[in-house]
Design a protein around this ligand. Structure first.
Ligand SMILES: Nc1nc2c(ncn2[C@@H]2O[C@H](COP(=O)(O)OP(=O)(O)O)[C@@H](O)[C@H]2O)c(=O)[nH]1
Ligand SMILES: [Mg+2]
Length: 366
C-alpha cells in the first residue's frame, strides 16, 4: 500500500519524517514502495530545517504562517485551522504535484492533538482532500498528549476539539497515546525521536505486506490493499509484537516437526497477545466492529494453522467483529503479529477528553 503522508505542526512533521525513513527501509529490505511523498506543513522554519537532512526525493516542506512561529496564538486549535484555511491553495497545489500522485492508495495525515497548528490544521486539510479526491481514503494519525501535559486546560480543549473534528472528516483515525510510547532516559529531543520511531514502526509490516510484488514476500493468504481499506473505519488502534523462535525449529525428524508446528502456534498466540497489550491506545476488543491481523512468520507450511488459531481467538475476544487475516513471510527468526482494531464504538480516552473539555468550557462561560 502506498501512502501520501501529510504531517501538520511540529509533531506531525516529525512523524512524517519517520515515514520517509520507513520508506527507505521498505525499499532496501523488501523492495517495495510504501510512501509516495511526505509533506511537512508547519509555521516554524527552524523545526522544518531540522528535518531537512532526510531524503529529498520524498520530502516536501511547506512553510505557512511564519509570522506566528513564536506567538502564543499558534498554540490554539482554532488558529491552526485558520492557518490551514488561509493557505489551502498552496497546500493543495503542492500535494497535487506529487510525482506518483495517482498511484497512491490513501492519504495519511498526522498531527499532535494537544497543540495548535497540527491540532486545528489536520481536519481542514482532511476535509479539502476528501472533497477534491472522492474515493481515495483519508486516514489520520493523531497523538494524544502525555499525562504531564494534561493539567493544562488549553491542551485538554485542543485535544477534544481536534478529535471531534477529525473524526467527522477522516475515514479512520489512528489514536496514538503518547504516554504509551514514552521513551526512557535522555534529553527531550532524542526521547521524542525514540518514541516517534516506535510509533511509525508499527505500520511497517502492514504497509509492506499490502504492497508486496516480489514473490519472495507472498504468503499463503495475502494481504490486499482492499483488506486494509475495508477494515479501517472510525477510531482505530494499531499494534505489533514479536515472539522469538528458539533454535529447536532447526531440528529435523517427524516428531520434532510436529512439535515445531505446535510450538509455532503457541508462539503466534504469544505474539498476538503481546500485540494486543501494546496497542497504540487502550481499548476493548469487544468494542471493535472490524479487526485485521497480519502474521509474519518464516515457516510457510505452519502459518495456516497459526493464522486459523489467531483468527479464532480474535473472534472470541471481539465477540463477533468482522475479522480479516493474512500472512506474510517477512520474519526470519521470529513470529510477528500486527493488529488493526477498528470501528471502535467506544474509547475511554476520547470520552474523557470530551467530558473534561465540556466542563472547562462551561466553567469559562460562567
Ligand atoms: N509522539 C510525539 N508527540 C509529539 C511530538 N512533538 C509534540 N508532540 C505532542 O503533540 C502535542 C502538540 O504539539 P506540537 O506538534 O508541538 O503542536 P503544533 O506545532 O502547534 O502542531 C504536544 O503536546 C505533544 O504531546 C513528537 O515529536 N512526537
Ligand atoms: Mg508548533
Amino acid at each position: 500500500m502506498k501512502l501520501l503522508v501529510v504531517g501538520v505542526g511540529d509533531c506531525g512533521c516529525r512523524l512524517a519524517a519517520e515515514f520517509v525513513r520507513l520508506q527507505r527501509r521498505a525499499r532496501a529490505e523488501r523492495n517495495v514502495n510504501i510512501v509516495a511523498g511526505a509533506y511537512a506543513i508547519n509555521n516554524n522554519q527552524a523545526s522544518l530545517a531540522e528535518l531537512a537532512a532526510i531524503e529529498a526525493e520524498f520530502w516536501h516542506p511547506i512553510l505557512i504562517g511564519r509570522d506566528y512561529a513564536s506567538s502564543d496564538v499558534s498554540k490554539l486549535n482554532e488558529f491552526g485551522a485558520k492557518l490551514a484555511r488561509d493557505e489551502r491553495d498552496r497546500i493543495m497545489a503542492a500535494i497535487r504535484a506529487t510525482p506518483d500522485f495517482f498511484e497512491t492508495d490513501a492519504f495519511l495525515l498526522i498531527a499532535g492533538a494537544a497543540g495548535g497548528v497540527g491540532s486545528g490544521g489536520i481536519s481542514v486539510i482532511a476535509q479539502m482532500l476528501r472533497q477534491r479526491y472522492v474515493g481515495r481514503p483519508v486516514y489520520a494519525v493523531v497523538t494524544l498528549p502525555f499525562e504531564s501535559e494534561e493539567l493544562n486546560s488549553e491542551c485538554v480543549c485542543n485535544t477534544a476539539i481536534c478529535l471531534k473534528s477529525v473524526y467527522k472528516v477522516a475515514d479512520a483515525v489512528f489514536l496514538v497515546d503518547n504516554e504509551r510510547f514514552k521513551a526512557g532516559d535522555g534529553a527531550p529531543p532524542q526521547k521524542l525521536g525514540e518514541s516517534n520511531r516506535k510509533i511509525v514502526d508499527i505500520f511497517y509490516d502492514l504497509l509492506c505486506a499490502s504492497g508486496a510484488v516480489d514473490s519472495k514476500y507472498v504468503g499463503a493468504r495475502n494481504l490486499g490493499i482492499g483488506d486494509v481499506i475495508q477494515t479501517l473505519a472510525g477510531w482505530t488502534a494499531i499494534g505489533v509484537a514479536r515472539a522469538e523462535l528458539t533454535s529447536a525449529r532447526f531440528s529435523f525428524g517427524k516428531s520434532v516437526d510436529f512439535q515445531k508446528k505446535g510450538g509455532g502456534v503457541v508462539k503466534a498466540l504469544e505474539a498476538m497477545n503481546a500485540a494486543l497489550s501494546a496497542l497504540s491506545v487502550d481499548c476493548r476488543l469487544e468494542d471493535a466492529g472490524r479487526v485485521l491481523y497480519l502474521l509474519s512468520a518464516p515457516i510457510r507450511e505452519a502459518s495456516l494453522d497459526m493464522s486459523r488459531v489467531i483468527g479464532n481467538r480474535l473472534s472470541e475476544l471481539s465477540r463477533g467483529s468482522d475479522i480479516r487475516g493474512a500472512d506474510f513471510p517477512g520474519e526470519r527468526n521470529g513470529i510477528q503479529v500486527s493488529a488493526l482494531i477498528s470501528e471502535l464504538a467506544y474509547v475511554e480516552k476520547v470520552k474523557s477528553y470530551y467530558d473534561r473539555a465540556a466542563t472547562l468550557i462551561s466553567e469559562r462561560g460562567k
